[in-house]
Structures are given as structure tokens and as C-alpha cells.
Design a protein around this ligand. Structure first.
Ligand SMILES: Cc1cc2nc3c(=O)[nH]c(=O)nc-3n(C[C@H](O)[C@H](O)[C@H](O)COP(=O)(O)OP(=O)(O)OC[C@H]3O[C@@H](n4cnc5c(N)ncnc54)[C@H](O)[C@@H]3O)c2cc1C
Length: 550
């Protein structure tokens, strides 16, 4: 109790340790459960600074505590879980600080749905939002390097972060942004804490440049490791430490603000919905669609679609429209299901294009449609935004539906974010399915994802009370991760490492690169105050000992 009282005295926000709060913060959307000691709700960057100084003080007295940042807690990797102190940002630090026509500076606790409203009113778009856009917040998006349905055309979060404000281990707030030329030289010459970090990381990335570049994952999206390969570009002379903060899961410091690049929103969009009765032609369909440079290619399988029908009332509620009209809009799919049974279609693909000229857009959509017509699939162009929303809702909400609705089973993310070059998908995906199918009903799973990037979210529904299933989860995890790496892929395209993937980073990266990751952690956080056991220093034993009970 002393610690919590002392902690509470250091900040103007609250520090809470009641049962209900600790239970709430024991979970995210991952496979794990860890009860924290306390949850702090800072009101400002000064509070965050005070928390870090407090942790430093305790550390020097040999009473270690650590600080784990948390925004909306929708992480699927166990990233915001800790036995020590959670620093929760959504209660207070949730404002837009600056907004112009091309960027926004925003606090980490702002829900994306609130930011989206502000941006939509101004015809602006932050394009790298995840499927959890109605649930998640900026701090988690930046710290996980989130991506989503528009990443195919626009890139991932790391491509949109212009700068960050972070409280580092010295207990001060630092502004970090890309530097080059004389600004970089001046920073490298600074004889202070920040200058020291710049010098040490600069030495690390320049001395190991070739090895680091070789280690860059050969996929279009990656959220594993620290993104060392993006820090230093000798061609432009740009040295960019934001690339280390983005995707770091709060292991290098606590984010207090992010400066995000925005793009003009496009006025119109068209959606081609493709119902494929087998997985076989899917890679070729994706290849044909990619040639037309669409904005996104998303997918979900027959089980996801079945789920959407099973929970139709919740789906309709999530779509927030005229319920009767929306209900009727599902009739074509219901009819298709009645005709073909529940295994038809095997996969639904959503290909979208957008633009400001409707005529030009229709021509582009026709081009995509023509490219697809040669395949043995049923397809239709959706022009109305309301009808398109129906398909997007199924795509975005399937995991949430699984998570909250299937009694006795848990939607367990452990092979939830694998990514390979799309050219390997036709060979790779059946092999992944074969691993899971081997265990029959123990691992009934849905597949949704971003086939345009070769990124698949596979979510098995498991009974976590069954000891046999609990034993199998680590085995299946390892087998599928190994398979992904054999195909040159990454074990996480966007959901990040957390507890579930940090222990497996050695499958993707050499001991030399793992050592560099550990050095980065040491440079920023020598006392291991920030979210320990994520990104570096994790074991499978610790992770699986904290698997949820149900
Ligand atoms: C239904 C559903 C769909 C999803 N779809 C996608 C998807 O399409 N793409 C995708 O990328 N992800 C997806 N996710 C995962 C998750 O929603 C995203 O990664 C999201 O961006 C996390 O945001 P959050 O605010 O919930 O983060 P949190 O869960 O709160 O935190 C995420 C990580 O960031 C750290 N962190 C948070 N705030 C701070 C801070 N201020 N300072 C330091 N560290 C901090 C935490 O410690 C943690 O490691 C999905 C999740 C769900 C439940």
C-alpha cells in the first residue's frame, strides 16, 4: 500500500489499485492475463515525468518498479500487460494539440474514432488506421506500428509519424524528429542525455549498417523488433529516431504526443466484392487485382461470414444505420448461403478504389472487375457507401464478435498476424491450414486479413480450460512461426511482439541482430523501467505461464 500512496502523491492524476480496476487492466485482447500492482492515470506530461522519476528513485533504492504505457488496451500481443504499474492515457491525455491541413499533433490517449470525426469534418484522412479503429487510441497505434485496410496503398504508421514527444529514462520529455545536415551534427554534439542517446544509436546503426539492412524483413509490413533499418539513410543523410519509438511498445519511453502526417480524404469510393468458392484461385485473383493498383484488398473466410449471420443483430447495431434496411441488405448473402450451404463461399475478397472523380472511378472499377471476371468466382460492384459498410463491418468486427460471443471458447490470438510475400500465399496458406486442421475441433479458426500484403489474421477459437489445448498452443505457435520464416515472412505484420512473439524473434533475426535490439533497449532504458519483457528479454516460459485461464 505504501508504494501506491507514495506514487499517488507524485502526480496530479490518480493512482488506483482497487480490485475492479486491476481486473480490467489485467487483460487486453491477447491470450494473456497479468494483474498489475497499480494503474496510474496521468493528467499531463509533467505527471508522466514524475512517474518516471519515481520509478528511478525506487530503482536506486533497490525496490524496482516498472511503467507500462497503455492507451485503449486493444493490443492482441499482451503488450500493455504488466505485474508492475500501468500508465493509462485515455482518461486525461486525449486531446488534439495542433491541427493543420497536413498534420495533427495528438495526445496518446485520444481514441482514433474521436480523431477521425475531427479529420472527416475537414476532409482529412489518417490512412494507416487498424480494423479496431472504433476501439483503439493513438498511443497504441504508434507503439504497435499499426496498419489496416488502406496500408496497401498508403503504408503503415511508421510512414505517418513526423515526430514524437516521449518521456525518456531521465524523467524528461524529449521531442524527437528526423534530423539531417547541421541539425543532426548539432544534436550529435550536444553534451547531455539526449545527445548521448543520439551518439550511441548513430554509432550502432552506422557501424552495423550492412548487417542491419540485411536483417530488414522482406515483406511489405512488419511490426517485429526495433526498426533499426529505417533509422539512418546514407543517401538522404536523414537520421530518424522516431523510427525506433514507433512500434517499440513503450519499451524505450512513454509517448506523450505524436505528430502525424495527414492526407486529403478522397470523395468517392467503389468496392468490388468477390465470392470465391475455393481458396485455390485467391492468390491469382489478388495478383490480378494488385495490377490495377487498388486502395485495398481485404478478405474474410466462410467461417467469418457464418459468424456475421449468427450474430446479425450485433452486426447491424455496429453498423449504426437503419436496421431494417440494413437487415434486408444481407438477403443476397443469405440466399447464397441457402443455395450453397455453409461452406460457400470459402473466401470473400473486398477490392476498393477511391478518388475524387466519379467517372474516372467507375472506369477504374471496371478495369478491376474485368481483371477478375476471368476467374471462376461470383463478383459484384458496390456503389453505395451504406452497402459497402456492411462488408467492411464484417471485415473489421469479426474478431470483436468472436471475442465477446462464443461461450466456452476464447478467440485466441497467437498466430494472428503472419505475413509473407503475396506470391507465396498459394503454397503457404494451405500449409498453415494443414497445421491447424490437424487438431480438428480443438482449433476451429477464422481467417481474415490483408491478402494484398500477404498478411493473414488467423484466430483459433479454443477452450482454454482444456489442459491438452493449453499444451498444444505453444507447439502450434512455434510450428506456424517457423513455417512463416521459412517462406521469408514476418511473424507480425502489424500487431507487434508483446508476450506472444518476443520469445520467437530469434526465428527471424540472427543473434547479432538480437544483440543490437538489446543494445538499443540498454541505450534508452538502462534500468529496464519501461515495459520490461517486451521486444527483448522475454521467455516462452513466462509468456505461457500467464496464459488466460478461460
Ligand atoms: C477487433 C480488433 C481488430 C484489430 N485490428 C487491427 C488491425 O487491423 N491492424 C493493427 O495493426 N492492429 C489491429 N488490432 C490490434 C490493436 O487494436 C492495435 O494494435 C491498436 O493500434 C492498439 O491500440 P491501443 O490504443 O488499444 O493500444 P494498447 O493496447 O493500449 O497498447 C498497445 C501497445 O502500445 C503501448 N503503449 C500504448 N500507449 C502508450 C504510450 N502512451 N506510451 C508508451 N507505450 C504505449 C502498450 O504498452 C502496448 O505495448 C486489432 C485489435 C482488435 C481488438
Amino acid at each position: 500500500m505504501f508504494l501506491i500512496d507514495d506514487l499517488a502523491k507524485t502526480i496530479s492524476g490518480e493512482v488506483v489499485a482497487d480490485d475492479a480496476t486491476l481486473a480490467e487492466y489485467s487483460a487486453d485482447y491477447s491470450l494473456f492475463e497479468i494483474r498489475p500492482l497499480a494503474v496510474a492515470f496521468p493528467k499531463s506530461a509533467d505527471d508522466v515525468k514524475a512517474l518516471v522519476r519515481f520509478a528511478n528513485g525506487r530503482m536506486s533504492r533497490g525496490e524496482p518498479i516498472s511503467l507500462t504505457g497503455r492507451s485503449a488496451g486493444t493490443d492482441m500481443s499482451g503488450g500493455p500487460l504488466t505485474e508492475s504499474v500501468v500508465v493509462s492515457f485515455t482518461r486525461y491525455m486525449n486531446q488534439v494539440l495542433e491541427l493543420t491541413g497536413d498534420h495533427v499533433v495528438v495526445e496518446p490517449g485520444m481514441y482514433f474514432r474521436d480523431l477521425e470525426k475531427v479529420l472527416t469534418e475537414r476532409n482529412l484522412l489518417y490512412p494507416s488506421y487498424p480494423a479496431s479503429k472504433d476501439l483503439c487510441a493513438i498511443g497504441g497505434m504508434v507503439n504497435n506500428n499499426s496498419g489496416g485496410e488502406k496500408t496497401l496503398a498508403y503504408g503503415q504508421t511508421k510512414d505517418y509519424v513526423r515526430g514524437v514527444r516521449v518521456v525518456l529514462a531521465d524523467g524528461e520529455e524529449h521531442s524527437i524528429e528526423p534530423l539531417s545536415g547541421s541539425a543532426l551534427q548539432a544534436k550529435l554534439a550536444e553534451q547531455n542525455y539526449e545527445g548521448d542517446i543520439y551518439r550511441r544509436v548513430h554509432a550502432l546503426v552506422t557501424e552495423n549498417y550492412d548487417a542491419i539492412q540485411k536483417a530488414r524483413p522482406k515483406v511489405s509490413k512488419n511490426s517485429t523488433g526495433y526498426f533499426l533499418w529505417d533509422v539512418w539513410d546514407p543517401k538522404t543523410g536523414i537520421f530518424d529516431l522516431t523510427k525506433l519509438i514507433v512500434g517499440s511498445q513503450g519499451t524505450l519511453g512513454l509517448l506523450t504526443a505524436a505528430d502525424l502526417r495527414l492526407v486529403p480524404a478522397k470523395k468517392y469510393s467503389r468496392l468490388l466484392v468477390i465470392f470465391a468458392s475455393s481458396l485455390k484461385p485467391v492468390p491469382e485473383i489478388v495478383e490480378a487485382a494488385l495490377a490495377c493498383r487498388p486502395e485495398s484488398i481485404e478478405s474474410y473466410d466462410d467461417r467469418t461470414l457464418g459468424l456475421a449471420f449468427r450474430f446479425l443483430p450485433q452486426m447491424l447495431w455496429m453498423m449504426k444505420g437503419n436496421l431494417i434496411r440494413l437487415g434486408f441488405s444481407f438477403l443476397p448473402e443469405v440466399w447464397m448461403f441457402i443455395r450453397g450451404g455453409f461452406r460457400y463461399p470459402k473466401m470473400v475478397l473486398l477490392v476498393s478504389v477511391s478518388g475524387n472523380d466519379e467517372h474516372e472511378l467507375d472506369l477504374r472499377m471496371n478495369e478491376v472487375h474485368r481483371a477478375i471476371m476471368k476467374f471462376p468466382v461470383v463478383s459484384r460492384v458496390v456503389r453505395s457507401a451504406e452497402e459497402a459498410e456492411k462488408y467492411w463491418t464484417i471485415r473489421r468486427q469479426s474478431f470483436k464478435l468472436l471475442h465477446s460471443n462464443v461461450r466456452g471458447k476464447y478467440a485466441a490470438p497467437f498466430v494472428d498476424d503472419i505475413i509473407v510475400d503475396p506470391k507465396h500465399v498459394s503454397e503457404f496458406l494451405p500449409k498453415v491450414n494443414a497445421v491447424l486442421d490437424l487438431y480438428g475441433k480443438k482449433f476451429i479458426y477464422t481467417i481474415a486479413g490483408h491478402p494484398g500484403n500477404g498478411n493473414f489474421h488467423i484466430i483459433p477459437l479454443v477452450d482454454l480450460k482444456d489442459p491438452e489445448t493449453r499444451k498444444l498452443i505453444p507447439e502450434v505457435t512455434e510450428e506456424i512461426y517457423k513455417l512463416t520464416v521459412e517462406y521469408g515472412g514476418s511473424i507480425s505484420g502489424e500487431h507487434n511482439d508483446g508476450l506472444i512473439r518476443t520469445p520467437y524473434l530469434g526465428l527471424m533475426y540472427s543473434p547479432e541482430i538480437l544483440k543490437l535490439f538489446a543494445e538499443v533497449k540498454k541505450i534508452f532504458d538502462p534500468e529496464n523501467i519501461f515495459n520490461p519483457g517486451k521486444k527483448v528479454g522475454a521467455t516462452k516460459e513466462y509468456a505461457f505461464a500467464h496464459m488466460r485461464k478461460s
